[in-house]
Ligand binder design. Structure first.
Ligand SMILES: Cc1cc2nc3c(=O)[nH]c(=O)nc-3n(C[C@H](O)[C@H](O)[C@H](O)COP(=O)(O)OP(=O)(O)OC[C@H]3O[C@@H](n4cnc5c(N)ncnc54)[C@H](O)[C@@H]3O)c2cc1C
Length: 235
């Protein structure tokens, strides 16, 4: 019997144990969990399938983009698949349970910085763990004349996860992907890219000029597994 809750498809227990050892050397024991109690919250699904099909093998909690890049390198080395969630409130579709058994949940809820809010131009730049509630509280605290559009599952969800989901809210700003402006993404090879004018050195218009130069690629990072979003502009 395996000492792990689940194993990624095609990965032996010995290989998985080695991968976990490397992830722990990077993040420490507390931020790489494999025990059933810690994984319990990633097993809840609300679709008519057995939970067995969606059991994660581990959960990890990076805090920086550099850590995510290092995680991707280890994932490539041991072929351990990653399942990214921002706040993991994807209720109705699968909560924060991975799409396939044995994936490692990359839980980004501890990356919670509201990096910048521009009241005059009406945009912000956030990390994955920032919720709509966090943003509303931030506006209130700084007496900003701004209001955030929230989807039905409530303000506990994240602009990042909801936009990656291509979710919707209720006001004229409710089409959340349409009102995103600039992404930072860690690709499968560990490279970091910024879309739109975020890729232009010393750009000051990343959240103000959605299109940038050349092809517009943001859409391929929504409802996909082409990259890990680490920053999102909301306008
Ligand atoms: C009763 C009910 C009503 C709902 N109503 C609405 C509604 O009105 N509007 C709406 O939009 N949704 C609705 N939902 C669906 C869902 O709850 C929301 O979409 C919610 O915002 C998703 O949660 P989250 O923001 O925590 O995203 P997460 O759970 O963190 O992420 C959602 C998915 O996006 C991807 N993802 C997340 N973060 C990243 C990242 N950093 N990089 C790459 N991929 C990532 C992953 O595939 C993940 O599974 C509803 C659900 C229920 C049950």
């Amino acid at each position: 019997m395996s000492r792990f809750v689940a194993l990624p498809q095609g990965v032996s227990e010995a290989t998985f144990a080695k991968a976990i050892q490397e992830y722990r050397a990077l993040l420490g024991e507390g931020r790489v969990r494999t025990d059933p109690a810690s994984l319990q919250s990633y097993m809840k699904i609300m679709i008519p399938e057995t939970e067995e099909l969606h059991k994660p093998s581990a959960a990890m909690y990076p805090k920086t983009v550099k850590e995510i890049q290092a995680i991707v390198a280890i994932a490539n080395k041991y072929k351990t698949p990653l399942w990214t969630v921002s706040t993991g409130k994807n209720m109705g579709y699968g909560s924060s349970a991975p799409a396939t058994r044995g994936q490692i949940v990359l839980d980004l809820k501890t990356m919670k910085k509201i990096i910048h809010v521009d009241e005059e131009l009406g945009y912000c730049l956030v990390e994955p763990g920032v919720t709509y509630y966090d943003l509303q509280q931030h506006f209130k605290k700084h007496k900003m004349n701004l209001w955030v559009d929230v989807p039905a599952p409530s303000a506990m969800a994240s602009p990042m996860g909801n936009t990656a989901d291509r979710g919707v809210g209720y006001t004229p700003y409710g089409e959340h992907f349409l009102f995103s402006c600039g992404m930072e993404v860690v690709l499968a090879n560990g490279d970091v890219i910024r879309t739109g004018t975020g890729g232009v050195p010393n750009s000051t218009s990343w959240q103000a000029n959605k299109w940038g130069y050349g092809p517009y690629v943001d859409g391929i990072f929504t409802q996909s597994n082409y990259g890990i979003l680490t920053k999102l502009g909301v306008c």
